[in-house]
Design a protein around this ligand. Structure first.
Ligand code: ZN
Ligand code: ZN
Ligand code: ZN
Length: 374
């Protein structure tokens, strides 16, 4: 856009100069006419680009506001818990390092197309408490977004180190996008004292037995509490986080999804699963029991990663999910918001055909910064 504007100005200047130099006879007239025609073409191109920009902004706004219950961050409630979505990209983020394809080139040029790695902030403003769900490699940027949630929040006092930044950090599994954010909380950086981590037995063992996290565990920087299907987190009288075990590659730990139940509404967070059919729990049953579902939308279809065997990194393709969920009621389909988008996923661009298919199916693409009151 800025480039086009500069080009338009440049063409007009060159045209005027040409007209000055050939300031006599037909030559000058022709040059002036040509310069005017070029300036008119540049103006038309600028106008077309502006209209395209407006169309994209409108589509993005529609994605952000596609359910009535999605609120913008400034209107965070003060009287009930809420979830602030801190990231919606797959572990590698968007743009992803080293990618020179259109997906990431566009996101580098237009910051509104960037997505942080998947993570949520669960906030209870009544108790002035907050929990991080998944610690992503983008945690520094995400902490800036989270800084005033709940409003006026400051960390509780701590002894022997810096105070914990969260009342707890809940971890889904040991793939880097979901726990790498613990690194800057460790000894060489923030140096948290007694930051509580909620993890399964195998996730706890992974962090306890492997450096560099083992240093923070041994030094009291991190301590553990259990979360798994048998051990929900009771975060308040009317706020609970239940854990569901889901099939995922599980090289280093098992994998959880969470259902967060507040006083009025509930939210499913399920960023990674191999395939819906491999889960012994029918996802439709879980969907029926919640109000919002942020679910695995890593890939739209099977052709996104040329040269890579996608069977080795199974996820439900969005197009498969849309087919599977098509028989559901409009209400249940409207709960679905796809997250954990790989940089290659065309649905990350609201102007794409893939994003249109998601909207036409009555579902949505989740957006960084969206807020769900509970
Ligand atoms: Zn992941
Ligand atoms: Zn890319
Ligand atoms: Zn994973």
């Amino acid at each position: 856009m800025a480039g086009l504007r500069a080009l338009g100005r440049w063409i007009a200047i060159v045209g005027s100069l040409l007209a000055l130099v050939c300031s006599c006879g037909r030559e000058a007239e022709r040059a002036r006419d040509e310069a005017l025609a070029q300036a008119a073409r540049a103006k038309a191109m600028l106008e077309a680009t502006r209209l395209e920009g407006e169309r994209l902004d409108a589509l993005r706004a529609r994605d952000r506001l596609s359910t009535a219950e999605v609120e913008s961050a400034p209107t965070a409630p003060t009287d009930r818990p809420y979830v602030l979505v801190l990231g919606t990209a797959q572990d590698g983020g968007l743009p992803q390092l080293g990618c020179r394809r259109a997906c990431c080139v566009a996101a580098r040029e237009d910051p509104s197309r960037r997505r942080s790695v998947t993570s949520l902030l669960l906030v209870d403003p009544r108790a002035r408490r907050r929990w991080l769900i998944d610690a992503s490699p983008d945690i520094d940027r995400q902490l800036e977004v989270a800084v005033d949630h709940p409003r006026g929040w400051s960390p509780p006092a701590a002894q022997g180190g810096r105070p914990p930044l969260f009342d707890g950090i809940l971890l889904t599994h040991a793939h880097t996008g979901h726990y790498a954010g613990l690194l800057p909380l460790g000894r060489e950086a923030y140096g948290a004292a007694g930051q509580r981590l909620y993890a399964t037995e195998s996730m706890q063992a992974f962090l306890t037995d492997n450096g560099p996290w083992s240093l923070s565990v041994a030094g009291g920087g991190f301590d553990f509490a259990r979360i798994d299907p048998e051990h929900p987190l009771r975060a308040g009288e009317d706020l609970v986080v239940e854990a569901l075990r889901v099939p995922h590659r599980d090289e280093f730990s098992d994998t959880l999804a969470f259902v967060i139940r507040g006083p009025e509404r509930s939210l499913l967070y399920l960023p990674d699963i191999d395939k819906w059919e491999r889960w012994e729990t029918p996802v439709e049953e879980v969907l029926a029991g919640v109000d919002v579902a942020l679910v695995d939308g890593t890939f739209f279809g099977p052709d996104e990663l040329p040269g890579r065997a996608m069977a080795e990194i199974p996820h439900p393709f969005i197009f498969e999910s849309l087919e599977r969920f098509a028989p559901l009621s409009e209400t249940d389909r409207a709960k679905l918001r796809f997250t954990h988008l790989n940089h290659s996923n065309p649905a990350a661009d609201p102007a794409s055909d893939a994003a249109r298919q998601v909207r036409d199916a009555g579902c949505s693409i989740a957006q960084d910064g969206e807020l769900h009151a509970l």
